[in-house]
Design a protein around this ligand. Structure first.
Ligand code: ADP
Length: 384
């Protein structure tokens, strides 16, 4: 293969923690990488071969960066799609493709895609502006409660709000959005699907995500999910069908709701390595990051099976702390068997900022979850 120890260059748009973890694998395989990120302190900076600073939404910046590399991928969805289209036309390999990204970048377009492809998803309505929702309420075409979602530029739940009254609507930005039925789900699941250029496809075991009630951020990821084989099969089938519908190349993280009637609904997808797959670094035969590299370069996919059960705990900045970060009690959690901390290398903490994660591996998922709780109680991300 032409990629290893060669002149081949892989470009990555975005230099955050996902990029950093991708780079562990390009280093392992001796693949030359170029990374671009708006921040000079990007976590990926130290692990790539060439680093560039630039705005990922700017056409010229993305186009010029793309011209320097043979294959281009991304670790963040908010990048300039027109530039990706131009690069594809001129022969640069872009994976996942601009076509996939275009369908995903806008939540309204993404939801319509599920409807068009017969993929189960919560009912919704699309609005050009939030203020149009008032009229829909007056005409009873929409009822409280519902979930408001900004069509673009939301991440980690910051573009999502449960709306129970007109009062709740007032605080929301007046942007393109969707109003979705509130799903009283039993749990949130996710399946990461890997599909390579040749169309070989593999799914990781279904994971269960537990959310922080206020921040709307994933707090724990459990792999495998504590669900029946039947539900697990249903979730996997829907995830595989979703990846195939997108004709996806690379990783596709499919976030799902398990309803009270044990139905599976697709919530949203991410066309890249995902928070719900971090435990794969320690718990799986092939980490999601290695798998993404394999998929976009057309290599054989690695095994997606678990070596052990794994739980991931997100390390986010404690409330009330801003500034230079300190990981309090990190030695204490490192004394526990099967516990590995990952620190992303961000110098400054702020409330709920993702600063790192901890993986717990164990032969039993219930024990792993108990240790995860101990980890969560012990370690604190605070400022000096
Ligand atoms: P983001 O892109 O910011 O991650 P999501 O669409 O995944 O946004 O929503 C974030 C979280 O909000 C979900 O993980 C879930 O906990 C909650 N949520 C989203 N949509 C619904 C819904 N229709 N019903 C109930 N809860 C929802």
């Amino acid at each position: 293969m032409k990629y290893f120890s060669s002149n081949f260059k892989l470009g990555i748009l975005g230099g955050g923690q996902l990029g950093k973890m991708l780079l562990y694998n390009t280093r392992k395989f001796d693949i030359h990488t170029c990374v671009i990120d708006p921040s000079a302190q990007a976590p990926s900076k130290l692990a790539c071969n060439e680093f560039f600073e630039g705005d990922l939404m700017d056409y010229d910046t993305v186009y010029n960066f793309g011209k320097k590399v043979d294959t281009l991928t991304f670790e963040i969805e908010n990048v300039n799609i027109e530039a990706l289209k131009a690069l594809e036309k001129e022969g640069t390999n872009v994976y996942p493709s601009s076509k996939t990204l275009e369908k995903i970048q806008n939540k309204a377009t993404q939801k319509l895609f599920y409807i068009d492809h017969n993929l189960p998803t919560a009912p919704f309505q699309r609005f050009a502006y939030t203020e149009e929702i008032y009229t829909a309420i007056e005409h009873s075409s929409i009822e409280f409660p519902f979930v408001w979602k900004s069509a673009q530029f939301g991440y980690d739940g910051n573009g999502v709000k449960v709306v129970r009254s007109n009062e709740d609507l007032k605080s929301l930005p007046n942007v393109e959005c969707i109003a979705e039925e509130l799903v009283p789900f039993k749990s949130e699941l996710a399946v990461i699907v890997a599909r390579n250029i040749q169309g070989d496809i593999k799914a990781y075991p279904v994971v269960e995500m537990e959310f922080h009630p206020e921040a709307n951020q994933v707090e724990y990821v459990l792999c495998p999910a504590r669900i029946s084989e039947e539900i697990s099969k249903k979730a996997e089938d829907i995830a595989l069908k979703t990846s195939a519908a997108f004709d996806h190349v690379g990783l596709l993280a499919v976030e799902l709701f398990l309803t009270q009637n044990d139905e599976i609904l697709v919530n949203e997808v991410a066309p890249r390595p995902h928070n719900s797959g971090h435990q794969t670094i320690e718990a799986s035969y092939t980490s999601q990051f290695e798998q993404h590299i394999r998929a976009i370069l057309g290599m054989p996919l690695g095994s997606t099976e678990n070596k052990l059960s794994g739980v991931m705990v997100n390390l986010v900045g404690s409330e009330g702390h801003h500034g230079d970060v300190v990981y309090e009690n990190i030695e204490k959690i490192m004394e526990m068997d099967g516990v590995t901390p990952h620190l992303y290398g961000k110098k400054e903490t702020r409330p709920f900022r993702k600063m790192g994660h901890v993986t717990i591996v164990h032969s039993n998922i219930y024990n792993a979850r108990m240790i995860a709780e101990e980890v969560k109680k012990s370690i604190k991300v605070i400022s000096k």
